[in-house]
Write a protein that binds this ligand. Structure first.
Ligand code: A2P
Length: 348
């Protein structure tokens, strides 16, 4: 039996932090205790885990010295990870970081357990494992099994990303904007989290633009996918924020070296880990964000061959951004880590 773990959650009051608690319970993770950490404004709040209540503490440099932690999940933003992740690792906590801060660091593994669990062993260098960007995780769930058979060469992806990608504030802002619309006041609505009002709108910008005209979000999908698959696949991404609360959708055009068949692709994806095939167009069955929220799988459908090219496939995938794209992947990393190492991390 796996040893019970003392868990810290940095950002325990946020959208991802709260979901990490739910997923730890659902996936039957061996938990000894929970240390919920957040900013000073949340001190005094409590979180519940398996009928026990834990008081939220303020994150500071001392908490990792004063509390013995085995695994620390970080989901409070890149600047917080930059400042505290190494301190946690120095104090013998394995860090699983949900932010983008360490993802492209070559000493730090970037892991989606269904695709590259063997990379977990690299944790020994720094005591940190990075969790990829939400849009990348659901995409590689689909790419990896197809690449294994058909040899993937190029991906063109357009995303339809939910408000949840901007945390609780993002979801709240979308709801408030919709309320303004029904109060006939949408033109007065002031958005803070998104660059424009999201209700009844699409925003073709997630994160900042860089010099080549792409956004940082789009570059994350490109660079992270190559790191996870260990392959320099050509990728182009267009990331769009849509007025959906919490599941991200993606339209993918996949170019393979070998000839592909939609039927074979369906068979492969039906048997792929953490993937659910919903592809029955006669009965209008395909994945949709409203019906995938609160689940731990990536849903795929609308799988079809290109009309002109025998080696190109088009498909559509949807996954809960807070779970598949963050909390569930983080907990699955921790599970795989425990299985692989039988817990022998002695700190860095
Ligand atoms: P708090 O609720 O106290 O502000 P989300 O991504 O849903 O917006 O959540 C962000 C999470 O990161 C929250 O738990 C938030 O805590 C936490 N957080 C933000 N700033 C800090 C900080 N300076 N120190 C610790 N936790 C922080």
């Amino acid at each position: 039996m796996l040893k019970k773990q003392r868990i810290a959650i940095v950002g325990a009051t946020g959208a991802v932090g709260e979901e990490i608690l739910n997923v730890l319970d659902e996936l039957d993770f061996p938990v000894e205790s929970i240390l919920p950490l957040a900013s000073a404004k949340s001190v005094g709040n409590e979180v519940e885990f398996r009928q026990k209540y834990y008081k939220v503490q303020e994150l500071n440099e001392e908490v990792f010295k004063n509390n013995k932690i085995d695994i620390a999940f970080f989901s409070a933003g890149g600047e917080i990870s930059k400042k505290y992740a190494k301190i946690a690792a120095k104090n013998k906590a394995l860090v699983i970081d949900n932010t983008s801060y360490f993802r492209m660091d070559e000493d730090i593994p970037l892991v989606v357990p269904e695709c590259n669990s063997e990379d977990i062993k690299l944790y020994k260098k720094t005591g940190i494992i990075a969790n990829p960007n939400c849009s990348t995780i659901q995409m590689v769930h689909i790419l990896k099994p197809l690449d294994d058979i058909f040899d993937l060469q190029r991906v063109d992806v357009s995303t339809y990303q939910a408000a949840s990608g901007a945390g609780k504030e993002g979801m709240k802002e979308l709801v408030e904007a919709m309320q303004s619309f029904f109060a006939f006041k949408l033109d007065e609505f002031q958005s803070k989290t998104f660059p424009y009002t999201l209700a009844l709108n699409l925003i073709p910008q997630i994160d900042e633009f860089v010099d080549n005209g792409y956004t940082k979000e789009e570059l994350k999908m490109i660079n992270e996918t190559q790191k996870i698959l260990h392959k320099k696949i050509d990728i182009s991404a267009t990331c769009v924020r849509v007025p959906v609360l919490r599941s991200h959708s993606e339209s993918l055009t996949l170019h393979f070296k070998n000839e592909v068949s939609a039927n074979k692709a369906k068979e492969i994806l039906k048997n792929a880990p953490s993937v659910v095939l919903i592809d029955d167009i006669k009965n209008k069955k395909y994945p949709m964000p409203l019906f995938t929220s609160d689940t731990n799988e990536t849903y795929v459908g609308r799988i079809r061959e290109d009309i002109n090219h025998k080696n190109i496939l088009h498909l559509w995938c949807v996954a809960d951004q807070i779970r598949v794209g963050a909390a569930t992947n983080a907990v699955r990393i921790a599970q795989k880590y425990l299985e692989l190492t039988k817990w022998n991390f002695k700190g860095v």
